[in-house]
Design a protein around this ligand. Structure first.
Ligand code: SF4
Ligand code: SF4
Length: 162
């Protein structure tokens, strides 16, 4: 898949503008090779269809609970929330334990991190402000960040501290 096609495919998975006005919604950025289905199994609302190449979120059913984000072992699910501010988005992410370096382990509220897109293309990524960072019992890092809306549906590699 070329970068333009890949980018369009990712945007196709975004909730509609009307759904985004209703609050937090799950976005699946699974590249498709895993298809483990753990996200679908964790959703108590039947909002994830796992029969395709990649899981599909039914945003009409999704209530933004975050169970799928917690369940994904690869950090491919996120919550996006456009309701907190006019021009920014809040993202809830999970960083797998194997990617949590010492620098991330020291993350504090208010700190800025850098986001680097995994796909080539014209999106340069950007910065995000850490709103909340805490470890799950599994050792994985749960992050809530504020960033530009254009970053909401872009798959990123592990965030870097500045
Ligand atoms: S956020 Fe909750 S309701 Fe929405 S898809 Fe994920 S598990 Fe299902
Ligand atoms: S749990 Fe993660 S890796 Fe597995 S199918 Fe869902 S999004 Fe893909």
């Amino acid at each position: 898949m070329d970068s333009v096609t890949e980018k369009t495919a990712m945007l196709d998975r975004a909730p509609s503008p009307a759904r985004l006005k209703r609050g937090r919604a799950a976005v699946c950025l699974c590249p498709g090779q895993d298809r483990c289905g753990l996200c679908a199994g964790a959703c108590g609302f039947g909002a994830i269809e796992k029969n395709g190449r990649v899981p599909q979120v039914d945003h009409a059913e999704c209530i933004g609970c975050g169970a799928c984000v917690k369940a994904c072992p690869h950090g491919n699910m996120r919550l996006v929330d456009f309701t907190k501010a006019e021009d920014t988005a809040e993202l809830t992410l999970k960083i797998p334990k194997r990617f949590v370096k010492n620098a991330l382990a020291e993350l504090k509220e208010g700190e800025l991190i850098a986001l680097f897109p995994t796909a080539c293309g014209d999106h340069e990524g950007g910065r995000a402000e850490v709103l909340q960072a805490h470890y799950l019992e599994s050792g994985e890092l749960s992050l809530r960040v504020k960033t530009a809306r254009e970053n909401a549906f872009v798959p990123f590699s592990v965030p870097q501290t500045n």
